[in-house]
Design a protein around this ligand. Structure first.
Ligand code: ZN
Length: 238
């Protein structure tokens, strides 16, 4: 499967905490989650926008993974439309952590996607609320030793499939593992992954994201257009 990872590079990653969490770079760590079973293209975004996500690469992508935080505004709106269009035609997409505030996520969900947050490095336990869901196979709970708190209210449409609810030691809860269906495409949102904590190195986090990648992958061909103009003859006539 062809997986494209778009990961922002920002100043927090260059800080002491950021370098300690990911000496090799968080982008490489995220790409490595998917590279065992897939052909991965790793692209960077920054205050100049997304680099290298050409029409050719996007049209060859079966699952697009997105991590962004400080530079959402630099992402070209025309590119956002192309991404949303491809999801509706069947491409899978995974949004990680602060990508809840990214343009493609808000475009696909149609709401503000705002939430409450506290950057305190606290313990999070994700509880599976949908134990037969393929994304949660073998992962009833996922423990994150240190994470940024994301809490409700999370302004999203009711998820088509709610897989995990996160609980934080400060007391908040959050719909941290959600599936949304848009057209022929599946979207998974997963809340852990602040850039100064080594969350993407945790085996359970890597496993849940690998299972999510399999789940959102297109089941059939990705359509060339959102609407197929061909209307077959009725199969039943009175
Ligand atoms: Zn964060």
């Amino acid at each position: 499967m062809k997986v494209t990872v778009v990961c922002e590079h920002n100043r927090a990653m260059d800080s002491e905490e950021g370098k300690k969490a990911y000496p090799e770079g968080m982008n490489e760590c995220i790409a490595g989650i998917f590279s065992e079973k897939n052909e991965v293209t790793l692209l960077r975004s920054d205050d100049q926008g997304v680099h290298g996500l050409t029409d050719e690469i996007l049209e060859g992508t079966e699952v697009l993974v997105w991590w962004g935080h400080m530079h959402h505004g630099a992402v070209d709106s025309g590119l956002v439309e192309k991404i949303a269009n491809r999801v509706q035609r069947g491409m899978g997409m995974i949004f990680l952590h602060s990508a809840h505030d990214s343009k493609p996520f808000k475009r696909l969900l149609g709401s503000s996607c705002s939430l409450v947050w506290r950057e305190d490095g606290e313990f999070e336990r994700l509880w599976c609320v949908n134990p037969t869901h393929p994304i949660a196979r073998g992962l009833q709970t996922i423990d994150i030793p240190q994470e940024e708190m994301y809490g409700e209210p999370f302004d999203i449409p009711t998820p088509d499939e709610l897989v995990y609810i996160g609980w934080f030691e400060g007391g908040e809860v959050f719909r941290g593992g959600c599936v949304f269906l848009r057209g022929r495409g599946k979207i998974f949102y997963f809340n852990p992954g602040h850039e100064t904590y080594p969350t993407y190195k945790l085996p359970d986090v890597r496993r849940v994201l690998q299972q999510a990648c399999e789940y959102v992958a297109p089941q059939g061909e990705i359509l060339e257009k959102i609407c197929c103009p061909h209307r077959p003859e009725p199969s039943y006539k009175r």
